[in-house]
Structure formats: structure tokens, C-alpha cells
Design a protein around this ligand. Sequence first.
Ligand code: ADP
Length: 457
Amino acid sequence: MKKIRAAFQERKNTTQFQLTIWFIGLLVSAVLILSVLIIGITIAELYDSTEKQAVLLEDSLKRSEAEDEEDWEAVLTSYRTQDKSSYLIRVGLNSGAIIYSSEDAQEIYAEFPRLKQLFFLDQVLWTSEMEPYFYRSFEDGNGKVTMLVDMEDQFEVIGRIFSLTMLLTIVVIAVGSFVTYRFSKKLSGSLVVMNEEITKLESSVDEQVLTVPKTPQEVQNISRSFNQLLNRQRLSLKREQQFVTDASHELRTPLAAIRGHVNLIKRRGEKHPEVIPTSLSYIDKESKRMEILVNQLLTLGRLENFGEGERIDLSQLIQQTVDELSVMMTQELTVQIEAGIMITGQKEHFYQIARNLIENAMKYTEKNGQISIRLSSDAKQIYFAVEDSGMGIPDEAKEKVFERFYRVDQSRSSEIAGTGIGLAIVKSLVEHYNGTIQITDVQPEGTCFTVSFPPNT
Ligand code: ADP
């Protein structure tokens, strides 16, 4: 029972149910108001026309100037022959004599004191057989004339109109309810389907998306936006999963090396102490690699939270970074920095970009090679370029070097310490500032990284 009630409650809250109820409510009110108006107007019109008839009769009776019983007999007989039998007229003469127009009139007038009045139309009287009469009387010179006009025909018309409007009301309500129910079902049907599909999506493993209905437009738009959101979420989830897998993999290698050397020292350290320095240097090297990797992973993670920017003197910042790194640089360095280039953002971000690119140039260029750093601007862009005469990047790897953990030719880079994350960080940062990064070859050998920013950033 509770279940049924809960199901009904749920159904009651659906758009379909509410739309149907509201529409039926409106329809019933409109049709009822219309029916009441039609009936009211008809009653008023019929009442009015009967009253007019009575007034006309009164006038013509007054004009007849009948005085005695005989005159009245003559007048009333002429009315009866004119087929005006719906008029029941009683004339009470001052002499006390009463003239009845017909047999019917006698009967009605005998009942006269018991006739009932209609409370809102006090000139309408009802007999015990529920026959309606319009009542009117006037004083004439020699007596009182009372008229009753039979209203049965009029009330029959009213009754027929009433039945007809009631029938119409029922038909309109039945058809209207059915149409609204179907229409609202169609409207909310796509939402119901959407809900079912979303529920199924939770448990689906494949790349299922929502069906996009043709109508209504709103539901179509929601389904489209939902599918876009779903795809974005799935892509980002996949990327995150890939990132975690790659990061774990990258951390596992140095960890395994460290554990291997620790075990070696444990097993052989006492008897062969000469292994200790070599193992320690390995442990030192691998733990440093881990430290760098963890720091880079943290930087990558923090990139999601870009804070407020400030106005930075980029020329000064690049110069400071170059000064800091040039101490460790063995290559021949050329620096061309245009003074006073300003940019809006976080200092740390532009430092990361410059440092990663310059460090790479240092790492992947032979000791006596050349490195050139340039910062310039024109009306359209700010350009930062780091060029080296190093080993270069093959065309097929030019896009991939920006992926996390990607390193060109593992064997080639294996002697050079690195994690494959530096350029991924650079790219994220550059894109955050609406910039672009490009790799071009340098002749006869080498690579040039060019970062461009729109000047208003
Ligand atoms: P890492 O240098 O730690 O390996 P990066 O993301 O900075 O990681 O670079 C990715 C790869 O791109 C490097 O492993 C290297 O193979 C290649 N690369 C980056 N900079 C240069 C460069 N200036 N010259 C040649 N190859 C480069």
C-alpha cells in the first residue's frame, strides 16, 4: 500500500501529471464559466421577451376599455381565438365579479396563493406541478387585471441549452484531457528516456552517450551539452588515469634501483665494503631523480590552480633566469633581451617556462655548443626564443615532446637525466596565458623553441 502511495506521489510530481491537471482545471473553469454565461444570458433574454409580451398585453387590454363582464368576455374570447392561449387572464371587477379567461385559468387561479416565487426572478411563479408562469397585474378603472403568461416553452429551451452545454462540457473535458495527457506525455517522454539513459550510463563501461531527440529543442540542447560534458569528463578521467599509471611507472624505476642497491649493501657490504661507495652514489643519483620527478609532478598538479596575475617586467625576469643558469652553462651563450617588456601573470610561471627551456638547451647540447636566448616584441606578440646547436628533435617527435613522460629515443636520452615532464609543464603554462609554442630546426644542427604571447596578457 505504501509502495502504491509512493508511486502515486512520484507520478503526481511528474510534468505530465501536473500539465494534465492544470490543463483540465483551466478547461473545466473556462467551459463552466462559458456555460453559466450562456445559460444566464438565455434566461435573461427569455425573461425580458416574456416581460415585453406581458407589457404589450397589458397595453392592449387597457386600450380595449372593457368595462363590464360582457366586454371582457368579448375581449378575452378574441385573444383566445388569436391563439394566445398561453395568456391566462383574470379580471376582478369592482363589483366583485370575476371573469376567467379559460378553464385552465380557473385551475391556476384557484392555486394562486400556493404558487411559489423564484427568489431571483420574483415575477416568475411555479405551480405544484413545477409549471412556470410569468406574473403581471394592473389596476384598471373598474377592476384589477391579473395576467399569467405560460413560460413552459421558454423553460424548455433553457433546459435544452443547459443539457447541451453540459454535454459539450463533458465532451470537451474528455477530449481535452486525453489530448493534454498525450501531448504532455510526448513532452515529458524525452525527459523520462533521458533519465533512464543517464541511470544506465552510470553502470555502462563502454563509451555510451545520450540519444539526442529531435524535439523538444530544450531537451535536445540538454542532451547535446550533457554528451559534450560526458566526453570531456571521460577524456580528462582517462588522462588522469594515464598520468597516475605513468607517474607510478616512472617512480618505480628509481625506487627499484634504490632497493636493489640497499639489498646489495646489506648482503655484501660487510665482506666487500668496496661496493658501498658505488651503490651509495647510485642511491644518491636515483633519489635525486625521484626528488626532481616528485617536484615536477607537484608543479604539474598545482597548474590547475592559477591565481590572480600581476604586472611583471618579463625582460628583467628572463635576464635573472639567464644569470642564474649561465653559471652552470658550458656552452657559448648569446643573449638578446629587449628591455621593458611587460606581461600580466604570475612570476613563478614565466620563470618555469624560461628555466625549463634553457635547461633543456643546456642538457641536449654538447659542452662546447652554442645557445642563444632572445626576447623581443612587436605590435602583435611577445616572442621568447631559446635556440641551441644540440642534437635536434626529429619531426615525428616534435608534437610528442610536449606529452607527459615522453622522451625522444630513450637510449639517446638515457645518459641525460630527465623525466619527460618539463615540456608538458611549459606547454600548459604557455596555453594558460593564451600563448603558443613552436619547435623549429636549426641548421646545420640544433633546435629552436619559440614561445609567443599576445601582448595584452
Ligand atoms: P626531460 O628533459 O626531463 O626529458 P622534457 O619534457 O623537458 O623532459 O623534454 C622532453 C624530451 O624532449 C626530452 O627528453 C628530449 O628528448 C627532447 N628535448 C627537449 N628539449 C630539447 C632540446 N633543446 N634539444 C633536443 N631535444 C630536446
